[in-house]
Design a protein around this ligand. Structure first.
Ligand SMILES: [Zn+2]
Length: 203
């Protein structure tokens, strides 16, 4: 079984209520301001941007299944080193290592394990519509940096097994925010439906 991210971002918006469904599109421009100094305006986060699957690999673990209710994304099994692409145009708001073991920071440059916590090397991209996508467990430091504008399908990094992971795979989240709450793991929705609605169904 592949493992994923149970703890990531749980503290970010701790206690915030889950956001049901998708917020009104009218909120898009109102949140185009700063995310930690990163701007997501219509130029870098075009509202009409196309969507594409982040990797051509099968979903092997579902969103918030009965066995894993706190699994806020899907796992897509792919060989180590496979390319991971931005699901849509946007701006990179996180590109870093997130891993810990027994409360101590842990390397992302080695394989993680079920005992290691965190997303490993990962990227979060903010998109128009107050959406964000999250890509976890990369093999090495991501190919993008915070503040980078990315286009649909741009290379973000490579599949690995860093962080809370038992074998190489991509943990992919689709998160929905609004003008008050930034997109986060607690506000994630099922990527299978999210991507299907955007014409980029997961395999
Ligand atoms: Zn996962």
């Amino acid at each position: 079984m592949l493992l994923g991210v149970g703890v990531l971002a749980a503290g970010l918006i701790a206690a915030t209520a889950v956001i049901p469904g998708f917020g009104p599109r009218a909120l898009i421009s109102s949140i185009s301001g700063a995310f930690g100094g990163v701007t997501c305006d219509d130029t870098v986060c075009p509202p009409d941007a196309e969507w594409t699957r982040p990797i051509d690999a099968p979903v092997t673990s579902q969103f918030r299944s009965e066995e894993r209710p706190s699994h806020h994304g899907v796992d897509m099994a792919a060989p180590r080193g496979a390319e991971i692409y931005a699901a849509s145009a946007g701006v990179v708001i996180v590109a870093e290592c997130n891993a810990s073991l027994d409360g101590e920071p842990y390397s992302c440059d080695v394989d993680g394990s079920p005992e290691v916590g965190g997303c490993g090397w990962y990227v979060k991209v903010l998109h128009a519509g107050v959406f964000a996508t999250l890509y976890c467990h990369m093999e090495t430091r991501p190919e993008v940096e915070v503040g980078d504008a990315v286009v649909t399908g741009q290379l973000l990094g490579h599949v690995g097994s860093s962080g809370n992971s038992s074998e190489p795979h991509l943990h992919f989240e689709t998160q929905v925010g609004n003008d008050v709450v930034p997109p986060n793991s607690n506000s994630a929705v099922d990527p299978i439906f999210f991507m299907e609605e955007r014409g980029a169904p997961l395999p």
